[in-house]
Design a protein around this ligand. Structure first.
Ligand SMILES: [Zn+2]
Length: 341
């Protein structure tokens, strides 16, 4: 049970400032590299046309886009970040941005790409960028490798094999992402079992759109460690997620912009968290949704009138649900304790 579950909302007069959240050591567990490169970096390396496209998509006044539509934004980003060296620099710059936002630990996820030198060279580049970011900022960061429900079997197999080979060398898990209404995951399920048996963390995007029909199929096959979003869970999946106390990665702004819910306060995970279910609040894609983890926690604290203790305990809880080892978690916990206890 999360520590925060035992706490009552704070009286209005004890509400925290945004600065308290900005400076608070935070833990980010659901963040896609492709949707998180700093905008300033993309602007530097874009053509005029792509820069214009990015601004059009990322304009704060843009209309809310449909869940399926927003995957098109990634096409522009893939056009801009199109080499191993750009990926490496992008990952490095992302670590800098996150450290500036007070993030002390992040799990960055990405699917495998081939920019001409093969998939392994891509993972190497991402890891080099992350390692440089760690060295330069002091942030701790690990990588989660993703595949989609419609990823060809051989590529999903390579993803899992690479993750296993790099376990304890910067990679901590496997993620299933992409448009959850597209593809048949059934042939890929044994790969998830293999990854879990090898000691990797497993997180699965689930409950993103109402068309999903594989929730029970997946959960009957494997109990993952964490669920991404969990907004539209069917009755069976809801029961399994709750009975097994599976941590839910709730991304409030993302859920609204991608039209999973109409308003942030409608996210079901908020109520679950208040009732003691493990939830970690995350950004999903800070670039795409133009949000930071500070923004997300600030929004939550205003909605739920959270006090300092409750906010700090969200960081403790997220660290607890991370895929770090017990010893690694212990090495970070003092940073949170020193901030507020
Ligand atoms: Zn996601």
């Amino acid at each position: 049970m999360p520590i925060s579950s035992s706490l009552e909302p704070a009286p209005a007069h004890t509400q925290v400032s945004r600065d308290f959240i900005q400076n608070m050591p935070k833990v980010e567990l659901h963040l896609h590299l492709g949707g998180s490169y700093p905008l300033s970096y993309l602007e530097e390396i874009s053509t005029d046309h792509d820069r214009q496209c990015l601004h059009e998509y990322l304009c704060p006044k843009r209309d809310i886009i449909s869940y399926h539509e927003w995957f098109r934004v990634f096409d522009v980003i893939e056009r801009v970040v199109d080499s191993e060296s750009k990926v490496e620099e992008g990952a490095r710059r992302l670590c800098h941005d996150l450290a500036k936002d007070g993030v002390i630990y992040v799990e960055i996820r990405t699917g495998l790409k081939d920019y001409g030198q093969g998939y392994v060279a891509y993972i190497d580049a991402v890891q080099r960028g992350i390692e440089r970011g760690i060295k330069e900022t002091g942030i701790q960061a690990r990588l989660i490798l993703s595949f989609r429900r419609n990823t060809p079997f051989d590529l999903a197999k390579l993803t899992v094999e690479e993750a296993i080979a790099r376990k304890d060398k910067g990679v901590v898990g496997i993620d299933v992402s992409g448009d959850s209404g597209i593809g048949n995951i059934e042939p890929l399920l044994p790969l998830l079992t293999k990854a879990k048996e090898s000691g990797l963390g497993i997180c699965i995007h689930m409950g993103e759109c109402v068309e999903e029909c594989d929730q029970k199929l997946i959960l009957d096959h494997i109990i993952p460690h964490r669920i991404g979003h969990g907004v539209h869970l069917g009755d069976d999946a809801h029961k399994i997620v709750h009975e097994n106390k599976l941590a839910v990665e709730a991304c409030l702004t993302s859920s609204v912009i991608a039209q999973m819910i109409a308003k942030e306060e409608h996210h079901p995970a908020i109520e679950w968290w208040k009732n003691g279910h493990p939830v970690c609040f995350s950004t999903d894609d800070p670039l795409i949704f133009q949000v930071s983890l500070t923004d997300e926690l600030w929004k939550l604290s205003q909605m739920e009138n959270l006090d300092k203790k409750q906010l700090v305990e969200l960081s403790y809880d997220a660290l607890n649900y991370s895929f770090l080892s017990k010893e690694e978690k212990e090495s970070l916990i003092h940073k949170i304790k020193n901030y507020y206890c």
